[in-house]
Design a binder for this molecule. Structure first.
Ligand code: BG6
Length: 494
């Protein structure tokens, strides 16, 4: 493979995301041999900075956060030759004029019009200025080579997401816009596609005839940490459910695509969101639960209450936990409840998709022969463990008929020696290669907002007694009651 040369421009090149994720990801792509021979990365930031300082700061980022550990001096040196600090105010014409000259000069030097990747790693308020600058100086005018990557949050409600789409689409074509959701780049999430659509046996059971309910849990054991400022404008529903958990929902529930083309995959995903039964004032109370953590112990360490966190209003009503019960009104999923939950400062970090199948139609064994009649479960653990477990009944060895649930495990750890790339590596490479299958299209983002809007509005208009769960627990009692009311329990990896 000989990928075309690439000019990579990171707006917010000194920011946290560039430091922790983007530069380490480009570095790993580089040492893995995935970047083209000719490439340049520009970190754009308004402050005056010394080039050497920038390099050593980015090296520190790699040494601290890269999955491949500390950079090797020789490899780092070779990589750093292509890394530049670019001083520039996002609101100044001059930034874009100079940027244009720089990129054109590279094209000339490389004797090839390079792919251009413009990464908006900035606060949403700068998206407008950057888009205006890029378009005014025709920096992203080549629809097939020039790409814009937009980070979350993509809007804070339906209207703002629509406005943002409108703004971007006034300057660029949809084909050029890559709305990133890093969950889609996770290895285990991508494997869900392989699991569902490269095997015959799961797909044939993957419907309301055999599946009783589905659960999606993304549990975090960390609090909001230093992100209080942002989190106060977001909350768990906006920060996690509308994007990450809905993406997991789409991959779990989508119809089989006909090809792996970006449009086909995205059509099938958006169909799921369109089929979600709308929340209304009669079902919100019972089907949407929110929580906020109070002080507690996580892993033996004291975690302060959310309201005590830095940059958080001491009377904040922002939720740090959200659980939803949904139905997907299509043929495949008629009557199957989907339970989604996510929260911060929970007992354990664990993200799983659990499929609980129906009971056998008739149990021919006496109750004492099968004391635990647990139905079949398929538990797909996304992180931190990367494994899939199938729970089924089996006879215990012995002269008597004694049946008990057992587990069949597939783990990455036991099956592969290869290192697992970070989500950003996969996604950035996809952008360089022009593959948008793992990125969100405008209509998908808007549809996801449409689903949560009634909940957002309802929660804004009403209050809950916060805090209502202790840090280190599994969230508010009401979330347990939500699922228990239907006769189920939350499932984690056994
Ligand atoms: C981010 C959220 O998008 O995802 C954070 O803003 C959250 O609040 C993070 O902690 C979780 O990502 P991951 O990859 O650690 O599961």
């Amino acid at each position: 493979k000989n990928p075309p040369p690439a000019n990579i421009v990171i707006f917010g090149g000194k920011g946290d995301l560039a430091w922790r994720k983007l530069i380490p990801a480009f570095y790993n792509l580089y040492i893995g041999g995935f970047l083209p021979k000719n490439f340049a990365i520009y970190g754009v930031h308004y402050e005056k900075q010394d080039e050497k300082w920038y390099e050593s700061y980015m090296l520190e980022g790699i040494n601290t956060f890269s999955r491949s550990g500390k950079a090797k001096p020789k490899e780092w040196k070779a990589f750093a030759q292509n890394l530049y600090y670019f001083e520039g105010d996002f609101t100044a014409d001059d930034t874009f004029r100079r940027l244009g000259e720089t990129l054109d000069a590279n094209d000339k030097k490389w004797r090839n019009r390079a792919v251009r990747l413009f990464y908006y790693s900035v606060s949403p308020k700068f998206i407008d200025d950057i888009s205006i600058g890029l378009s005014k100086y025709d920096l992203a005018a080549n629809v097939s080579l020039d790409r814009i990557v937009v980070e979350k949050p993509f809007g804070s409600d339906l209207q703002s997401a629509k406005d943002l789409n409108k703004l971007l689409l006034a300057k660029f074509k949809e084909k050029q816009i890559y709305r990133i959701d890093h969950y889609l780049g996770k290895e285990t999430v991508q494997n869900l596609m392989a699991f569902r659509f490269a095997n015959i046996f799961f797909e044939s059971l993957w419907n309301h005839n055999y599946i009783e309910h589905v659960q999606i849990t993304v549990a975090e054991n960390i609090g909001v940490g230093s992100r209080g400022n942002y989190y106060e404008t977001a909350g768990a529903l906006r920060d996690m459910i509308q994007n990450h958990l809905f993406q997991l929902l789409c991959v779990t529930a989508m119809e089989p695509p006909v090809t792996t083309d970006a449009e086909e995959i995205r059509n099938k995903k958006v169909d799921v969101l369109k089929a979600v039964r709308p929340f209304n004032k009669d079902n919100i109370q019972s089907n949407a639960i929110r929580g906020q953590y109070g002080e507690g112990k996580v892993n033996g360490k004291t975690q302060q209450a959310y309201r005590k966190e830095k940059n958080v209003n001491p009377k904040s009503d922002v939720e740090t936990y959200a659980a939803l019960k949904l139905y997907i009104d299509n043929w495949r999923w008629q009557g199957v409840p989907f339970y989604l939950r996510t929260g911060k400062s929970l007992q354990k970090a664990s993200s799983v998709i659990a499929i609980q199948f129906k009971q056998v139609p008739l149990c021919v064994f006496k109750p004492n022969a099968i004391p635990d009649r647990r139905p079949n479960q398929l538990i797909i653990s996304i992180q931190p463990e990367m494994e899939t477990t199938l729970v089924f009944q089996a006879k215990e060895p012995g002269v008597e008929m004694k049946i008990k649930p057992v587990e069949m495990d597939f783990t990455y750890h036991d099956n592969y020696d290869t290192a697992v790339p970070e989500a950003y590596e996969t996604l950035l490479l996809d952008v360089l290669e022009g593959d948008a299958a793992l990125f969100m299209r405008a209509d998908q983002v808007e549809q996801a907002w449409k689903v949560v809007m009634p909940v957002i509005d309802n929660w804004a208009a009403t209050t809950e007694k916060f805090p209502n769960y202790n840090a280190g627990s599994w969230g508010p009692k009401a979330a347990d009651e939500l699922i228990k009311a239907d006769g189920f329990d939350w499932i984690l990896l056994p």
